[in-house]
Design a protein around this ligand. Structure first.
Ligand code: NAI
Ligand code: HPV
Length: 354
């Protein structure tokens, strides 16, 4: 996609909640940005990185007019308006100067896809995501999942609940394990680094096949099944694309070694949940730590809630007190790149929408 020529200024409308402190971070890092915002127009954040904000918040009609005017006057948007693809589509149609939208989500490609923009709009506007900023917290959660599987956390909890002091047994050590990390981006690379520090062997998957630090062997996703007899745990840190949906399906899950641990911190749709339940019940999967689900919130009647080998985390493992600032810094870096006509980071490709 062609880059616009270098310009002096970039008028950015803040479309998503952003504290004044982090507005100042952006303005300090890239003074050529004119950052327009009105703090009365955003839903109050309930916690860091709460980009949907308090659901009870409603704009008055005049506030809504002001919000839309602000978005229509900008060259770039900080965030997808109200995290709503239809609102993004309206702005893209009406604001013909718009040339960049940055999503708060790392997996923001699906939000862009859902906006159903025209080829012209997709050509004119650069879309970038916050991929990478969640690496550290999600890598910790992934390591926690691998450790909990190795130590059989469900068995410990169940025995403790029933006051049952059984005979001793040998717990697995992470240093003896081989872990397959599927998706070696911002998250997966940090997972690999931490697992390597614990002495595990790491096999990894990315799209390019390029080697990655702390990963002993990189294989293409198409070859996952050939590695399964070596693998004691699988960590998924993949986006949702046509190529990844149900990648971990019945075939893969029926060929894993008995008692394999599964951790998913990427997107829930990558795992076939019904096949996962069967694999848990047959003992192929011994423990699954899931931060993401095919449909969220997880339905109250989903069998995953009550499955003894499953740990449900409500898409919360990525949140950290630093997330908002990291996104602000990433945004400023990308603004500098746009203004200097250099390639931007985390550009969404508008074919795969990743
Ligand atoms: N649980 C949560 O709250 C969060 C979930 N996520 C999800 O995790 C995904 C990954 O996040 P990051 O690591 O920051 O993104 P990233 O873009 O840095 O990394 C994604 C990795 O997946 C690989 N990949 C993509 N398609 C593939 C395919 N078909 N086969 C093999 N590898 C493939 C890429 O090569 C890359 O290594 C996001 O797209 C998002 O959907 C991200 C942040 C928070
Ligand atoms: O960034 C993503 O893709 C996530 O899944 C996490 O979203 P959030 O931390 O709510 O922006």
């Amino acid at each position: 996609m062609p880059m616009k020529a270098a310009t002096d200024r970039l008028r950015v409308a803040v479309a998503a909640p952003l504290s004044e402190e982090n507005c100042a971070v952006i303005e300090r890092l890239e003074p050529r940005i004119e950052l327009i915002r009105d703090q009365t127009l955003y839903p109050p954040m309930r916690h860091p990185a709460d980009f949907s904000g308090d659901p009870s918040f409603r704009r008055t009609a005049s506030q809504q007019d002001r919000y839309e005017e602000m978005l229509l006057s900008a060259d770039a948007l900080y965030g997808v308006p109200d995290l709503n693809p239809a609102a993004l589509k309206r702005v893209a149609e009406r604001n013909t100067s718009l040339r960049w939208v940055h999503t708060m989500a790392a997996g923001g490609g699906t939000q862009i896809k859902a906006a159903d923009l025209t080829p012209d709009q997709l050509q004119r506007i650069a879309f970038t995501t916050s991929a990478g900023v969640h690496g550290a917290p999600l890598a910790e959660f992934a390591v926690f999942g691998v450790l909990a599987g190795a130590k059989d956390l469900p068995r410990l909890i169940q025995q403790q609940r029933s006051h049952s002091w059984t005979g001793r047994w040998v717990m697995r050590q992470v240093s003896d394990l081989t872990v397959l990390v599927i998706g070696l981006g911002g998250i997966g690379q940090q997972v690999a680094r931490r697992l390597n520090a614990l002495g595990a062997s790491v096999i990894g998957c990315n799209r390019s096949g390029r080697s990655v630090d702390f990963v002993d062997r990189v294989i293409p996703a198409a070859n996952i099944r050939e590695a399964l007899d070596e693998v004691d745990a699988i960590v998924i840190s993949l986006p949702e694309t046509d190529a990844t949906v149900n990648l971990i399906g019945r075939e893969v899950l029926s060929e894993v070694k008995p008692a394999t641990t599964l951790v998913n911190v990427g997107r829930g749709t990558v795992v076939d949940e019904s096949a996962l339940l069967d694999a848990l019940r047959s003992g192929r999967i011994g423990f699954a730590a899931l931060d993401v689900f095919a449909s969220e919130p997880l339905a109250a009647d989903s069998p995953l809630w009550d499955e003894p080998g499953v740990l449900v985390s409500p898409h919360t493992a990525a949140l950290s007190s630093r997330e908002d600032q990291l996104i602000a810094e990433l945004f400023a870096e990308n603004a500098t790149r746009l203004l200097d006509s250099r390639p931007m980071l985390n550009r969404v490709d508008t074919v795969d929408f990743y």
